[in-house]
Design a protein around this ligand. Structure first.
Ligand SMILES: *[C@@H]1O[C@H](CO)[C@@H](O)[C@H](O)[C@H]1NC(C)=O
Ligand SMILES: *[C@@H]1O[C@H](CO)[C@@H](O)[C@H](O)[C@H]1NC(C)=O
Length: 427
């Protein structure tokens, strides 16, 4: 009872001093009066939000407060949201992949050019604790996170199809809903995985409903309604996370972003086994201009025995897997692999966005200025990591964001990519 009164008081008299998010929370807790609800736009949706939060946030063995405001819940491995999936009710968790692709490069070796030395990376929440063994770290979803989405159903899902389609002749499809890319890709074979080491930056994102990301795409099928995609990398997405931090993310869909799939662990699908790395958590530190450089390695590969798609972060963290039943085409193999950057250009004020891709600098500026992908590899039919054959590049508007490939002994196949967006040549 007191709670209801208190929330009413907060809603009426102190509305201007307390943040909207906090008020929305009071409103949610108090199950509040309709006026309070209407005033802060929570309305009937609040019940739906609560229900959704309960689905996503499983009881924690331990919770860790991250310096960036996140709460990381250490959830018992068998209690993670993946197991809400009807197909996973009796699933036996695989604690290790059946097969690990042979490495092509010794990535721990010092580069011949000492100027290209890069540093190890971690996640910000590690500063405040660790998850016990037998648990997985899950970034807790807050009511504000869900309320920023256009609807509860859309939370954690991409609004638009977001796969660069280099071969399309249809310009409307190429310039999909303002998404812009600068990528390298291979196609026309059967691929069983891909790897890359991705330079990590914190690009400026102009509007909250834009984002900037750097990732790899594992694609199966044609670019139709049933496109299968597995994606991983880093992103800055104010809409999804409520801040401008660079975060580790994954995405999957088996129907071209329509009804299936989501970011990170925001739906049942990915099964996490690792207790050290949290999907959606901030990466720290990030690279700076003329400053120390940081990069992350991501390997995604298919276990030939069980058919699951596994993900490894860095050289040692096997994060978990996407069970093969989630997919149609990818149940067999991938037909296209893409690596690179993507931004959303909403053109909110009538010209091209100044949301940055990569470091916000063009490729020709090179190391410590432009962002890169290095040691680009694919997994072949015999489960070996191989240099990709017939690597191509693609960008919609190279005056806004560009990509430049190269090859050397230290970095294997690599490319620099990105740009500032709006500039005199990209009005
Ligand atoms: C995408 O749109 C821009 C601006 O409208 C245009 O200049 C560019 O040529 C388009 N790209 C492709 C590949 O059609
Ligand atoms: C994120 O960056 C934008 C643009 O630079 C800025 O306007 C906004 O206040 C930032 N948001 C947060 C939560 O820091």
């Amino acid at each position: 009872m007191w709670r209801r009164r208190m929330s009413a008081a907060h809603c009426s008299s102190r509305g201007r001093r307390v943040s909207k998010g906090l008020l929305a929370l009071f409103c949610l807790w108090g199950l509040l009066s309709p006026t309070c609800a209407a005033r802060f736009g929570v309305s009937r949706q609040s019940f739906e939000v609560k229900k959704h939060l309960k689905r996503l946030n499983k009881p924690a063995v331990k919770s860790i407060q991250s310096p960036d405001g996140d709460v990381i819940d250490c959830v018992h491995i068998s209690k993670q949201a993946a197991f809400d999936h009807p197909f996973l009710k009796d699933h036996k968790i695989q604690m290790r992949p059946g097969y690990h692709p042979e490495r092509l490069f010794d990535e721990d070796k010092e580069p011949e050019n000492p100027k290209q030395r890069v540093n190890p990376i971690t996640q910000l929440w590690h500063q405040n604790g660790k998850c016990p063994e037998g648990t997985v770290p899950v970034r807790r979803t807050k009511a504000e996170d869900v309320l920023r989405a256009s609807s509860v159903k859309r939370y954690g899902r991409k609004k638009h199809r977001s796969v660069p389609q280099p071969q399309s002749a249809d310009p409307d499809l190429v310039n999909q809903s303002g998404h812009q890319h600068a990528i390298a890709y291979v196609e026309g074979g059967k691929f069983y995985g891909a790897k890359a080491t991705i330079n990590v930056w914190e690009p400026k994102v102009l509007n909250p409903n834009e984002f900037s990301l750097s990732q790899l795409w594992i694609l199966g099928g044609a670019f139709g309604q049933d496109l299968n995609s597995i994606e991983a990398g880093w992103q800055v997405s104010p809409d999804l996370y409520g801040d401008n931090n660079t975060r580790l993310f994954t995405y999957w869909t088996s129907d071209a972003y329509q009804a299936t799939g989501c970011y990170n662990l925001l739906c049942s699908g990915f099964i996490q086994i690792n207790s050290e790395i949290a999907m959606g958590a901030s990466i720290s530190p990030v690279s700076g201009l003329h400053s120390p450089q940081y990069d992350i390695s991501i390997l995604i590969w298919k276990d030939p025995k069980e058919g699951h798609w596994w993900m490894q972060f860095g050289d040692g963290y096997v994060l978990g897997y996407w069970p093969s039943f989630l997919f149609s085409y990818l149940t067999d193999s991938a037909s296209i692999i893409e690596w690179g950057g993507e931004v959303v250009n909403t053109e909110a004020d009538g010209h091209h966005t100044s949301t940055q891709m990569g470091s916000g600098r063009f490729p020709d500026e090179g190391f410590t200025k432009a962002s890169y992908f290095r040691n680009i590899q694919v997994v072949d039919h015999s489960n070996n990591l191989k240099a990709p054959k017939g690597l191509n590049t693609f960008t919609e508007q190279s005056n806004c964001y560009d990509v430049q490939m190269g090859k050397n002994d230290d970095w294997g196949h690599f490319f620099y990519y990105g740009g500032p967006g709006r500039n005199p040549k990209c009005p």
